[in-house]
Design a protein around this ligand. Structure first.
Ligand SMILES: Cc1ncc(COP(=O)(O)O)c(C=O)c1O
Length: 412
């Protein structure tokens, strides 16, 4: 199985991003890891090979990417998959029928769909709780609980889970803590350092950063857990292809640079939105008004480029989505270009409407992934897009926050 090169762990984050897992290629000394487009490897004799037999099990390009992400997460073993969902599906194969899981109630819609529409029918059971409050996690643990799964910050409500507190709760019951670190990236948050057992990513997002591939990656420290994941990786076979691994490996080389700019732009855009619609309608962990801002400062080293904003109605959301020119109306996030979406109708459409309403994923909620363009252009784009906003005045923060509270209380 793929293990980090120990000497890579002595380097700082930027150096790891550029070099970890990669060594000059032995044939010609190519500084960039080649794309090993091969399905099999010629063996010198029966039982004699160079450590590579068949490419589902091992591919040198994929291995370089796995070592790189494992080093960025300060872990030991990495496993790259064909998508973030393929990664999570393989992680869940560590468990068996009868096992119970405590899952954050706000997770990516596809995560909920995997659990609710597929894994539940295979005998796994899930309790969805508000993991912002560690006590609720503790209360939901049962003797059959094998893992707690959280996404922090969460998609799209930007809720945080106290990773250290929840890992202590999980470990008291001999359960694992699994953290989806897609929104933060290891540049801003390293869950394994806070006690998580498995951290995973949709590498489609910040790690690759250029919106040109789909992938996932899981990282662990524990050798025996890694052996079990390695077995599943090869046996179930949802592995990342060599070209996608190469693209993502190129992407991680600039992760530290991109994340700084996503963060700088995110802060400016969030401030602008807060002035426009009221800070109570802007979900951004970097705003002091965010109820978990102090936790964000404690367990993360930056806030990133993800923002959600409550506009109060589908009509107002549609107006904004229809008028932006620099922000592109599209699913996904974490690329160099700015994207905008309506979670209720797009990324979270697979979550039933009553569940979305109870969580606060309203039809008026808009999610922005701030890219790394010039921030002045992002602000001018929003400025022109907010012109002629239908319904109440833009400044009617009271109206929109009242809408949100009503929905949250379940009265709507
Ligand atoms: C937080 C989060 N986790 C996991 C996924 C799934 O990843 P993928 O689309 O690469 O399968 C997504 C996709 O949007 C996501 O936002």
């Amino acid at each position: 199985m793929t293990r980090v090169f120990d000497d890579d762990l002595a380097a700082g984050f930027g150096t790891r991003a550029i070099h970890a897992g990669q060594r000059p290629e032995p044939l010609a000394g190519a500084i960039m890891t080649p794309v090993y487009l091969t399905s099999t490897y010629v063996q010198e004799g029966l039982g004699q090979n160079k450590g590579y037999e068949y490419a589902r099990g091992k591919n040198p390009t994929r291995e370089a990417f796995e070592r790189n992400v494992a080093a960025l997460e300060n872990g030991r073993h990495g496993f790259a998959f064909a998508s973030g969902m393929g990664c999570l599906d393989s992680i869940m194969k560590l468990f068996r029928a009868g096992d119970h899981f405590v899952c954050a109630e706000n997770v990516y819609g596809g995560t909920f769909r995997l659990f609710d529409k597929i894994l539940q029918h295979l005998g796994l059971s899930f309790s969805y709780v508000d993991t912002r409050d560690p006590q609720r996690v503790a209360d939901a643990m049962t003797p059959a609980t094998r893992a707690v799964l959280v996404e922090t910050p969460s998609n799209p409500l930007m809720r945080l889970t106290d990773i250290a507190a929840v890992s202590a709760i999980a470990h008291r019951s001999s359960a694992l803590l699994i953290v989806d670190n897609t929104f933060a990236s290891p540049y801003f948050q390293r869950p394994l350092e806070l006690g998580a057992d498995i951290v995973f990513h949709s590498t489609t997002k910040y790690l690759n950063g250029h919106s040109d591939m789909i992938g996932g990656c899981a990282v662990v420290r524990d050798d025996s857990l890694a052996e079990r994941l390695q077995f599943i990786h090869n046996a179930a076979g949802a592995v990342a292809g060599p070209f996608d691994s190469w693209l993502a490996l190129r992407g991680t080389k600039t992760l530290h640079l991109r994340m700084r700019q996503h963060d700088a732009n995110g802060r400016e855009v969030a401030k602008w939105l807060a002035a426009r619609v009221g800070d109570e309608n802007v979900y951004y962990i970097g705003l002091p008004s965010h109820p978990q801002h102090e936790l964000a400062k404690r367990q993360m080293s930056g806030f990133g480029g993800m923002i959600s904003v409550e506009l109060g109605s589908r009509e107002r959301a549609a107006h904004l989505l229809g008028k932006v020119r620099v922000f592109a109306l599209a699913e996904s996030l974490g690329g160099v270009e700015s994207l905008i979406s309506q979670p209720a109708g797009m990324t979270h459409a697979s979550v039933p409407a009553d569940r979305r309403a109870a969580l606060g994923i309203t039809d008026g909620l808009v999610r922005l992934s701030c890219g790394v363009e010039d921030v002045g252009d992002l602000l001018s784009d929003l400025d022109q897009a907010f012109e002629d906003m239908p319904g109440a005045k833009h400044g009617s923060a009271a109206t929109t926050s009242r809408t949100r509270d009503t929905i949250r209380s379940g009265a709507a």
